[in-house]
Design a protein around this ligand. Structure first.
Ligand code: SAH
Length: 347
C-alpha cells in the first residue's frame, strides 16, 4: 500500500510541499481538497505534474463507499473499502440536533467480546489516522449543505478498540477537532473502550476532552469475564478509578454502556450491584438491548424487562437511559454488515 495523504496534518503537508520544491500555498489547496473528502485526482487548481507526483507516492483514494443501506428512520449504513482491499463499516444516525457518525478504528478487533460481530475474525490491522479521518470527511461531503456540516457528532463505536490503536486515534482526534479541518468539538465526540486502564489515564492527559464511554456490561469481574475476556486483565475497580481520574482532569461526565443479555447481566441483583458501584459518581448509564449476532447464541432481553431494569436503576438514583434501537431493519448491530460481506452475502 502507498502512503496515505490524509495521515498528514496541515503543517506536514506544508513541509511536504517545500520538500517537493512547491509553493507553500499549494498546501492550503490540498488541505481544502482533503477536507472536502476529495480524491487527489479530483482536487481542483493543482498542476497536473503535482497531482501525478502525489499519486505516485500516496493513495489516490484511501477509502471508498462500496455499499449504502438506508433504514426507514433515515439511518445510513456504509461499507467502506480501504486501499488494500480490506472492508470496514460505518453508520450515520440522523437526529434533530444533527448527524452522528459511528466510525471504525481497526479492521476487526482482538478484544474477543462474545456478543460482538467485529471480533469474529480477530484483528486484521489498525487503521491509520487518515483512514479514520477519511471515513468522516467522505460521509460529511455526502451530507453537508453550504456551510452546514454533514457530520456534527462522532462516536468511536464501529469495529475496533480505539485505545488498542492509541496513537492513530489520538492523531485522528487532533485532526478532526482542528479549526482548519472539519472542526468538530471534542464535546461532540464519544470514545468507547472496553476499559484499557493505562490508556484511559493517558487519554485524560491529551487535552482533548472527548466523552469517555466504557463498555461495562456486568457488575463483577468474574461474570464480566464470561462475555469480555479483557475482564481477566483489568478489574472493574481499576476502571472506575481511571474514570474518576478522567473526570478530575477533564471535567467531563463519563458514560457506561450496558448491553442487556438475557440470563447474563440483567437480574435484579445486577441492578442492585450496578447502583452500589456507580451511585454518586458523575456518570450516566446507557442501556441497550443486545443486538443479536447470528454467529453467537446470546439473546436480547425483552423490551418490557429492559424497561423494568431501567426503572430499577433510576429508582436507585442512577442517571440512565435505554437507547432506542435505530437502523434495526438494516442490520444495525456492530460488525454485521462486514461479516455478511466477508461471508459472501454482502454484495
Ligand atoms: N471496542 C469499543 C467499541 C466497541 S462498539 C468498546 O468495547 O467499547 C460500541 C459498543 O457496542 C460497546 O459498548 C460494545 O460492547 C457494544 N456492542 C458490541 N456488540 C454489540 C451487540 N451485538 N449488541 C449490543 N451492543 C454491542
Amino acid at each position: 500500500m502507498k502512503e496515505i495523504l490524509q495521515d498528514l496534518n496541515f503543517n506536514e503537508i506544508e513541509e511536504l510541499m517545500l520538500s517537493l520544491g512547491e509553493k507553500k500555498f499549494r498546501a492550503k489547496q490540498i488541505f481544502e481538497g482533503i477536507n472536502k473528502g476529495r480524491r487527489i485526482s479530483e482536487m481542483s487548481g493543482l498542476p497536473a505534474s503535482l497531482k501525478a507526483s502525489l499519486i505516485e507516492r500516496f493513495e489516490d483514494c484511501p477509502i471508498e463507499i462500496i455499499k449504502t443501506l438506508t433504514g426507514a428512520d433515515g439511518t445510513e449504513k456504509y461499507l467502506f473499502r480501504l486501499a488494500d482491499g480490506n472492508v470496514i463499516e460505518g453508520v450515520l444516525m440522523k437526529y434533530k440536533y444533527g448527524n452522528t457518525q459511528c466510525v471504525s478504528t481497526q479492521v476487526g478487533c482482538r478484544m474477543g467480546c462474545k456478543f460482538c460481530a467485529s471480533t469474529l475474525g480477530g484483528r486484521v490491522r489498525d487503521l491509520t489516522s487518515g483512514e479514520i479521518l477519511s471515513q468522516v470527511l467522505v460521509v460529511n461531503a455526502l451530507h453537508s449543505e453550504g456551510n452546514r456540516r454533514g457530520v456534527t457528532n462522532i462516536v468511536l463505536m464501529g469495529s475496533g478498540e480505539p485505545l488498542d490503536n492509541y496513537d492513530n486515534v489520538v492523531k485522528f482526534l487532533r485532526c478532526v477537532t482542528a479549526e482548519n479541518c472539519i472542526n468538530i468539538s471534542a464535546r461532540n465526540i464519544s470514545l468507547s473502550t472496553c476499559g484499557l486502564v493505562e490508556r484511559m489515564y493517558d487519554l485524560a492527559d491529551e487535552g482533548i476532552p472527548v466523552n469517555l464511554t466504557v463498555s461495562l456490561h456486568n457488575t463483577t469481574d468474574e461474570e464480566r469475564a464470561r462475555t469480555m475476556p479483557i475482564a481477566n486483565k483489568y478489574k472493574i475497580k481499576d476502571i472506575l478509578a481511571a474514570c474518576a481520574n478522567y473526570f478530575d482532569k477533564t471535567g467531563r461526565r463519563y458514560i457506561f454502556e450496558y448491553s442487556l443479555i438475557e440470563g447474563e447481566n440483567c437480574d435484579k441483583r445486577h441492578a442492585d450491584e450496578l447502583i452500589a458501584l456507580l451511585k454518586g459518581r458523575p456518570c450516566h448509564v446507557n442501556l441497550i438491548r443486545l443486538n443479536e449476532v447470528k454467529e453467537r447464541h446470546l439473546k436480547a432481553l425483552g423490551e418490557k424487562q429492559a424497561y423494568r431494569f431501567l426503572g430499577l436503576l433510576e429508582k436507585g438514583g442512577l442517571s440512565a437511559t435505554l437507547r432506542r434501537q435505530i437502523g434495526s431493519d438494516i442490520g444495525g448491530a456492530c460488525g454485521q454488515l462486514r461479516a455478511g460481506y466477508l461471508d459472501g452475502d454482502g454484495e
